[in-house]
Ligand binder design. Structure first.
Ligand code: ADP
Ligand code: MG
Length: 589
């Protein structure tokens, strides 16, 4: 069973079912797990042996006064402790490696799952919450597998072995001292329930902290420009304070459950002393048996205390599992469909689209056709729905109603891979990776040669500025291209599209950050790029759409007019307004 199935399999919600998830996750490492359990059992056996040996040792020493034991016993003790140390090392090593292996494969699977999720997931999820699951939550899971599950086996076995020693020494006394165990179980169970919900809250709160950190790192310039340092610091501090309070709640639950175990343990020991000394005095038990018994009982309390934490930690683990389940149960972007080299004939049939969670249509009943090789422009004020049209065309969203056909095939029947392979998008949203210029242009075509890369950069008028950079094409451009100017970034994204050589080209305000000099150059580059392919241009500047054969005027998500410049200039009020606004701007430059 792969990890995705382990988390998405329908199961009734209870402790045992989550235990099954832990088991299924460790299944690929079953051999290691068995080896760890064997080492753990040996460890428990040695602990039992130490308690058991107290009686013969005392008997031979004080009753039979055997002298050889003076040498043998210390030697035996050293050997026993040597084995105990060795088995402890092995058990911890094995369980630690199982934890690390499981967490590594979980990280891989979650990351791969993230790559498959649709854009809609990312518009409603904060990146901090995702990062926090991968880093903080999985860190906790590692410690739970490495320590808690190990404790469960080792301490559990130790308790059983020591209980057997105690029973074999004096079963009545043993049963008497076990009276407290159901009481311990009850208090641990009650507290464990509270632990899970508290832990789930802690996980959410640390997500919040991560989110603030994440956002601040991305928006540091804005924070400084708007003097928001103090406000952000306060926001971060508040999130930290809330996380602290909740963490302390977990500590209190944990320690209270330890406190209860201690008290009940103390009561157990008191009962034993009382009844045990009575048994010894009435000659029903030898002194050496009594000490062996006491050794076993005293040794049993440490593992019982640890076991009492196991349940709480397991509840914390369940909280983590719940959060990982959430990611795996998200629906993927659709896979499969027709693989095809597209030519670029596009038809919108009554296409409407509403963003999830909104009540207004972002675009409404769009009907138009773009012929293969045609250049079409979309204009409209911001918020009119222009970017939504091209995002739907690129398969980021599916139309709520209506159909989109490319080359006569419904876009829903085409594979997203084919759609995106054939569309080259230059937009302000598609930013750059923090990598070299070469790697950023390579996104367009991963197997391109250096020669092709340089040709694309030249065509985008980017080559000149690239070779002036300290390391040319190997210059690392900073996060989201921070080390480049707006115009340079746009020329890089254009070079990327040129290299991709798609049959459908989409330019979403691709030249908005350029100065008029470079705009002219890029305009030339784009004109070259536009020939022989279907092109959709979204532009504020009307100068950039002169080449378009037809213009779609968008107004509040609806098409107001479609036609050539001359036609719509007469009939569309919106277009005239945009035009006169633009005319003024262009005069000012
Ligand atoms: P344009 O590109 O014409 O400026 P958009 O297509 O980006 O406009 O946006 C159209 C409308 O859809 C706007 O009202 C905008 O607020 C809304 N919108 C855009 N993206 C989202 C989103 N991810 N979730 C909800 N609403 C959105
Ligand atoms: Mg837009």
């Amino acid at each position: 069973m792969n990890i995705n199935d382990i988390f998405t399999k329908k199961r009734p919600i209870n402790d045992l079912q989550d235990l099954a998830i832990f088991y299924e996750l460790s299944k690929p490492h079953l051999l290691r797990l068995i080896a760890a359990i064997i080492c753990g059992a040996a460890l428990a056996g040695i602990n039992g042996a130490i308690a058991w040996l107290v009686k013969p040792a005392l008997d031979y020493f004080f009753i039979h006064k055997t002298k050889v034991l003076l040498i043998l016993l210390p030697l035996g003790i050293i050997i026993l402790f040597l084995f105990r140390g060795g088995f402890t090392y092995l058990t911890n090593y094995l369980m630690g490696s199982i934890g690390a292996k499981i967490v590594r494969s979980l990280r891989k699977e979650i990351y791969d799952k993230l790559l498959l999720l649709p854009i809609s997931y990312y518009t409603r999820t904060s990146s901090g919450s995702v990062v926090s699951r991968l880093l903080n939550d999985l860190g906790i899971l590692h410690s739970i597998i490495a320590h808690t599950i190990k404790d469960f086996f080792v301490e559990g076995a130790t308790v059983i072995v020591l209980a057997i020693v105690a029973i074999s020494r004096q079963w009545e006394l043993a049963l008497l001292s076990f009276i407290v165990i159901p009481l311990m179980g009850y208090s641990i169970g009650r507290l464990g329930k509270i632990m899970k919900s508290t832990s789930l809250k802690t996980r959410k709160l640390i997500s919040q902290v991560t989110n603030i950190l994440n956002e601040s790192l991305i928006c540091m310039k804005i924070i400084k420009a708007f003097n928001m340092e103090e406000r952000m610091s306060k926001k971060h501090e508040n999130a930290l304070a809330e996380h602290y309070r909740n963490t302390m709640r977990e500590v209190r639950i944990d320690e209270f459950s330890r406190f209860m175990t201690e008290i009940l343990g103390g009561i157990g020991v008191a009962i034993i002393l009382l009844y045990g000394s009575y048994l010894v005095m009435s000659d029903d038990m030898t002194v050496s048996s009594f000490f062996s018994f006491i050794a076993a009982i005293l040794m049993i309390y440490t593992p019982i205390r640890r076991l009492s934490k196991v349940y709480n930690n397991f509840q914390q683990g369940r909280a983590v599992i719940e959060r990982i389940k959430e990611i795996f149960s998200e629906e993927n972007e659709r896979l499969g469909g027709i693989e095809k080299q597209l030519k670029g004939h596009i038809v919108f049939e009554n296409v409407s689209f509403k963003y999830p969670g909104t009540s207004e249509y972002a675009i409404k009943e769009l009907n138009f056709e773009i012929k293969q090789g045609e250049i079409i422009a979309i204009v409209g004020i911001s918020g009119a729905g222009k970017s939504t049209i091209v995002d739907i065309l690129d398969g980021f969203w599916s139309p709520t109603e209506g159909n989109i056909l490319i080359d006569g095939i419904n876009i829903n029947d085409l594979s997203l891979k084919s759609v995106r392979h054939n569309i080259g998008m230059v937009s302000q949203d598609l930013v750059l990776f923090n990598d070299t210029i070469r790697a950023n242009i390579l996104c367009g075509k991963l197997d391109a040669s250096d020669h092709e890369i340089i040709a694309a950069a030249k065509a985008a008028f980017a080559h000149e500025f690239i070779i002036e950079l300290p390391e040319g094409y190997d210059t690392i451009i900073g996060e989201r291209g921070m080390k480049l100017s707006g115009g340079q970034k746009q020329r890089l994204t254009i070079a990327r599209a040129i290299l991709k050589n798609p049959s459908i080209l989409i330019l979403d305000e691709a030249t908005s950050s350029l100065d008029s000099d470079s705009e002219q150059k890029v305009q030339m580059a784009l004109e070259k790029l536009m020939t022989a392919r279907t092109t959709i241009i979204i532009a504020h500047r009307l100068s950039t759409i002169k080449k378009a054969s037809r213009i779609i005027v968008m107004n509040r998500g609806e098409i107001e007019q479609i036609g050539s410049h001359d036609e719509i200039f007469l009939s569309s009020q919106t277009y005239r307004e945009l035009y006169s606004l633009q005319f003024k701007n262009d005069n000012m430059q």
